[in-house]
Design a protein around this ligand. Structure first.
Ligand SMILES: Cc1cc2nc3c(=O)[nH]c(=O)nc-3n(C[C@H](O)[C@H](O)[C@H](O)COP(=O)(O)OP(=O)(O)OC[C@H]3O[C@@H](n4cnc5c(N)ncnc54)[C@H](O)[C@@H]3O)c2cc1C
Length: 357
């Protein structure tokens, strides 16, 4: 059984920030990630000879953390400036440039490249969906859900849960409610954590990626926007001209985000492609008729896309039965800024707890 100081569940921006800070402080850290890729919602889908960002659209300066992150990624050559001006389509069909320009940065190789930069020298174990966590005398242990649920051959002195709050709650509930720990008076801390996790709420989003024939590139010359928000539309919330992020794009690619209300209505509908087509039909109605005729259409469902009800704490901690910290962008309301800040705060808390033990 491998023994480590810290296990981090989730290789999103929060988990990777936390893990990197602890690794650099000299702790032995592993990251367990359910997907094949890194970055969580900073996600990129590989297409035939290109890619598209179906999660995080771009980086912008939301505060100190994101500003530092942008500077670092610019120096490393991972990101580049995409656009200064975002546009809005109003209900009467007019497209207007937003009044205050502000730079937006993207990774030409896809936004997941920013996670790869955070993960340098980290021990990230992919395809490891943690199904349960349980405290033992030796430390935290885990089960991994694959075709069969198996016990992970690892034991950790402390645990960081860097996943959306409802998913963290599902992992924590069995411990907080377990008879085995009824004797721990301080289990109150864990129960408090559970209560807080329960109060967090997310909005879902359906993302459609549409690739159009190369001949349509010429039609895009009339398009003034790269990032377009739709005002009060029942179906569509945002459209990005994703191919404008790629050097030498040979085909137009759009990424379209649904509204939360639309996603909620149809979230579990079995025919994802039909939902994607509904999104494209709406884009054709509101913008250009050919937007409904994609050569390739892919659709992704984000159950936990954007935090609606967040916490004000920078992370949640409990020392009992063993050190555990939960973090993520739901600890504050500012997306990437908060994910980075919360991951860093979680690392500080883990260091404090480990140094006391
Ligand atoms: C469509 C979309 C567009 C967005 N656009 C923007 C934008 O333009 N600007 C902006 O600032 N923010 C944007 N965001 C939000 C931003 O992406 C998130 O705030 C940020 O990436 C959250 O990072 P995180 O590390 O907290 O969580 P996540 O990215 O959700 O990371 C959690 C990780 O944990 C993994 N995981 C979950 N459960 C388990 C388990 N049981 N075992 C192992 N691993 C597990 C997941 O696979 C994931 O990798 C967007 C989000 C979406 C969905």
């Amino acid at each position: 059984m491998e023994s480590v100081d810290v296990a981090v569940i989730g290789a999103g921006l929060a988990g990777l920030t936390c893990a990197q800070q602890l690794r650099q402080a000299g702790y032995q850290v592993i990251v367990l990630e359910k997907s094949r890729g890194l970055g969580g919602r900073a996600a990129t889908r590989r297409l035939l000879d290109t890619c598209a960002d179906h999660g995080l659209r771009y980086l912008d300066e939301q505060g100190n953390r994101s500003q530092e992150f942008i500077d670092r990624l610019l120096s490393a050559g991972v990101i580049t400036r995409w656009t200064e001006v975002a546009h809005t389509l109003n209900t009467s069909g007019q497209i207007r440039a937003d009044a205050t320009p502000s730079p937006r940065y993207i990774a030409p190789a896809g936004m997941s490249a920013i996670a790869k930069e955070l993960a340098i020298d980290l021990d990230v174990r992919r395809n490891q969906r943690v199904g349960s966590i349980f405290p033992t005398r030796q430390g935290w242990k885990f089960t991994i859900e694959a075709e069969q649920t198996i016990a992970a051959p690892v034991v950790a002195r402390s645990l960081v849960v860097a996943i959306p709050a409802p998913q963290a709650l599902a992992l924590l509930e069995p411990i907080a409610d377990s008879e085995a720990f009824a004797d721990f008076e301080e289990l109150e801390e864990l129960k408090e954590m559970q209560l807080k996790l329960r109060s967090v709420q997310f909005d879902p989003c359906i993302t459609a990626i549409a690739v159009y024939p190369a001949a349509r590139l010429a039609d895009l010359q009339a398009v003034v926007w790269k990032a377009l928000t739709l005002e009060s539309d029942p179906i569509l919330k945002w459209i990005g001209l994703d191919s404008s992020k790629r050097p030498n794009a040979t085909q137009p690619v759009l990424v379209l985000h649904s509204t939360a209300a639309f996603a909620e209505q149809i979230f579990d509908a079995p025919d994802l492609r039909a939902i994607g087509q509904q999104i494209l039909d709406r884009a054709a109605q509101r913008l250009m008729p050919w937007f409904n005729a994609a050569e390739l259409l892919q659709v992704h469902r984000w159950r936990y896309a954007f935090v609606r009800q967040f916490l004000t704490e920078s992370c949640l901690i409990s020392r009992v039965p063993l050190p555990i910290v939960c973090c993520g962008e739901w600890c504050g309301g500012q997306q990437v800024e908060t994910a980075l800040a919360s991951g860093a705060a979680a690392a500080v808390q883990i260091e404090t707890m480990l140094n006391k033990n």
